[in-house]
Design a binder for this molecule. Structure first.
Ligand code: ZN
Length: 260
């Protein structure tokens, strides 16, 4: 379930059941402390969260109908509701993509609908990420997001780059995927202290492990993290931090610690 603070429209994260992509109301820590003396019984939280619920439903509906609003308009519409651009990506676009994938898996949406919606989300991410794309950046001790060779799913690393940059973290996403020797060259060139690798199938694990071997040969290898597969599969990999795909916010906190 996708948790939003119904008082300030901030995305709080996801909670079990993770396969249920419905928006649920919650309260963030800052609103909680501001409203300490408020009698919550008299506040209609269902009514407060309704605009976010409707907004999420309208985004998902576009996948079903193939009728899309202009990406800039959608971003504006979100801002009008008090939704920050980063929260739009994490709390609306990312879960909508997962939900569309899930519905496709169940045969309720076609592959065409899934592809077309992914293309639309790409346009939103591109629109939001434009301001960061080509700004000069010192990546020394920063973070690099890469897709392992032959992983064609690039939206995750693109979203993470934007979220990191919005939070003042020096980070760069490289996509489409590049071979291991190029990743190593890039690590040497930039001096990043964290390398986050996106993998999309267990068949790519051997490539990830050989990348890890190559990294160990460096004088100062960066911390290696991987995401994209189930946490259970990733946790079995020695010396590689697993990034839970459902907790990008936890990853962000980790990046902040790594960056300080
Ligand atoms: Zn709040």
């Amino acid at each position: 379930m996708i948790r939003w603070c119904c008082y300030c429209q901030t995305f709080i994260g996801e909670k079990e059941p993770l396969s249920n992509y419905s928006v649920t109301h919650s309260i963030c820590t800052s609103c909680n402390s501001n409203l300490l003396n408020t009698d919550h019984k008299n506040i209609n939280t269902t009514k407060l969260i309704k605009p976010i619920k409707d907004f999420f439903a309208s985004v998902f509906h576009m996948a079903e109908t193939l009728e899309y609003s202009d990406p800039q308009e959608l971003i504006k519409q979100g801002l009008k509701l008090g939704i920050k651009k980063s929260d739009l990506l994490l709390g609306i676009i990312k879960p909508a993509l997962w939900k569309v994938g899930q519905q496709y898996g169940k045969g309720k949406l076609t592959v065409y609908q899934e592809h077309d919606f992914t293309r639309y989300c790409n346009a939103i991410i591109h629109e939001i990420g434009r301001e960061y794309q080509f700004k000069p950046l010192d990546l020394n001790k920063g973070t690099l997001f890469v897709c392992i060779d032959s992983n064609f799913h690039t939206l995750g690393v693109q979203i993470l780059e934007i979220i990191a940059r919005e939070n003042g973290i020096a980070a760069k996403a490289v996509y489409p995927s590049i071979p291991n020797n190029e990743i190593i060259d890039l690590v040497k060139l930039t001096g990043v202290s964290l390398l986050c690798v996106s993998i999309s199938s267990s068949q790519q694990i051997p490539t990830l492990l050989s990348l890890q071997k190559e990294l160990y040969k460096l004088d100062k290898p960066p911390v290696l993290a991987a995401g994209g597969l189930s946490t259970d599969q990733l946790k079995k990999l020695d010396g590689i931090l697993s990034i839970d795909q459902n907790s990008f916010l936890d990853l962000l906190n980790f990046l902040k610690e790594n960056n300080s």
